[in-house]
Design a protein around this ligand. Structure first.
Ligand code: GLY
Length: 340
C-alpha cells in the first residue's frame, strides 16, 4: 500500500493506494462519526464496511442523474436517517458517484465530512482527488452545462482499492488510461516503467501537488486540463458516444499538434505523444470520422477558457506544459487539419 498526502493545511488528507485498501475504511473515518451514509450505484460490485452503523443510498447511472434532483433525494434520505454534522458520507464508485456524494456532503448541514472509495481508474487518478464536487445543470433555452453547480469540498480521506479495477469493463479501463497518459506530459515521469500500484500512486501524487499549490484553480490547477479543450468538444460533437477518457486521448494528440504548429515543440515531441497515447496505452489517436473542424472549433470556443475571439489552451513547450492564452481560431483550425 502506498499513502499519498494531499497537503492542504487543516484540510489535509491521505489517499491510500493498493490492493485491499478497503479494509482501511473504518480507520480513515472521522473519530466523531457515529453513522455513515454510503452513496453508491446499483451496478457497482464493491462493498465496504465502515465499522459503524450505516445506510446505503443508490443513485441512478448516467449524466441525467448527476443532477440537483439527485442531491435533493440524497438530502431527504440523510434527513430521514438523522445524519448529523459529525457523521460522515462515504462515496463508493467512479467519478460521478464521488462528485455527487461530495456535493451532497458539502451541502448537508452546510458541510459534513466525506470519504471517497474510488472504484474506477479515472476516479483514482483524477475525480476523487482534489475536492471538486458538483452536478450538471440541464440545458434549458440554450443555458446549462456539465458540472456547473458544485463546491470545492475536500474529502477527509480517499481509498483507491486496486481490487476494484478487476471488475471494470475494458472500455472503462481505456478511459482511465486516457487520464493517466495526461500525467506523462505534466512532469515527464516515466510512468510506463512503474507497476500498477506505483503508477496510480504517482498520478495521485502529481495531482495532489498541483491541487496543493492551487486548490481553487486560480492558475496552475488548469494544467490538469491538458488535452481537455478538444476532448470536451469531441464529447459534445459525438453526443457522448466518445467517452471522456477516449476523448482526452485524442485531445492530447491535438494539443501536441497545436503546440507544434505554434513552434512550441518539435516533431519528436509530437511523436512522443503518439507513442504514449497510441503506442503504450493503445488508445485511438485520430479524430472520429464525420466531424466538421468548424463545429469542433465552435464548440472549443464555447469552452470556459475562452477570452474574446481567442482561445486559451494548455500546451506543451520548452518550459513544460503551461496555460497559453491568445491562440487564434486560425491556428486552432490549422492544427485540427494537420491532425486529420
Ligand atoms: N479534473 C481536474 C481537476 O480536478 O482540477
Amino acid at each position: 500500500m502506498i499513502t499519498v498526502r494531499v497537503p492542504l493545511g487543516d484540510r489535509s488528507y491521505d489517499v491510500l493506494v493498493g490492493h485491499g485498501v478497503r479494509s482501511e475504511l473504518a480507520a480513515l473515518l472521522p473519530v466523531s462519526a457515529r453513522r455513515a451514509a454510503i452513496v453508491t450505484q446499483a451496478g457497482i460490485p464493491f462493498s465496504v464496511d465502515p465499522g459503524i452503523p450505516f445506510e446505503v443510498f443508490e443513485i441512478g447511472d448516467g449524466e441525467d442523474y448527476k443532477s440537483l434532483a439527485t442531491i435533493e433525494s440524497l438530502c431527504r434520505g440523510f434527513a430521514r436517517m438523522g445524519l448529523t454534522r459529525s457523521d460522515v458520507v462515504i462515496g463508493v464508485g467512479g467519478g460521478m458517484v464521488t462528485d455527487v456524494a461530495g456535493f451532497a456532503a458539502a451541502s448537508w448541514h452546510r458541510g459534513i465530512p466525506v470519504v471517497h472509495v474510488s472504484t474506477t481508474l479515472v476516479g483514482m487518478v483524477d475525480a476523487a482527488i482534489g475536492g471538486k464536487t458538483g452536478v450538471n445543470l440541464p440545458v434549458v433555452d440554450g443555458v446549462g452545462g456539465k458540472n456547473l453547480v458544485g463546491a470545492f469540498w475536500q474529502p477527509s480521506g480517499v481509498l483507491c482499492d486496486l481490487d476494484a479495477l478487476a471488475t471494470l469493463p475494458p472500455r472503462e479501463v481505456r478511459c482511465g488510461r486516457g487520464e493517466i497518459a495526461k500525467y506523462h506530459f505534466l512532469t515527464g515521469d516515466d510512468l510506463l516503467a512503474m507497476g500498477e500500484e506505483e503508477r496510480v500512486a504517482r498520478c495521485v501524487q502529481i495531482k495532489a501537488d498541483i491541487v496543493a499549490s492551487d486548490e481553487r484553480e486560480g492558475g496552475r490547477r488548469a494544467l490538469l486540463n491538458y488535452g481537455h479543450t478538444l476532448a470536451h468538444a469531441l464529447e459534445i460533437a459525438t453526443d457522448h458516444s466518445l467517452a471522456h477518457g477516449e476523448a482526452v486521448a485524442i485531445g492530447l494528440i491535438y494539443a501536441a499538434h497545436l503546440a507544434r504548429h505554434l513552434g512550441r515543440i518539435d516533431d519528436a515531441r509530437v511523436q512522443q505523444h503518439y507513442e504514449v497515447v497510441g503506442g503504450a496505452y493503445e488508445l485511438d489517436t485520430s479524430l472520429p470520422p464525420g466531424l466538421s473542424a468548424d463545429e469542433l472549433l465552435a464548440l472549443m470556443g464555447r469552452d470556459k477558457k475562452v477570452l474574446g475571439d481567442q482561445l486559451t489552451f494548455v500546451l506543451d513547450g520548452a518550459h513544460g506544459v503551461e496555460v497559453v492564452p491568445g491562440v487564434s481560431r486560425n491556428d486552432a483550425l490549422a492544427a485540427l487539419h494537420s491532425m486529420a
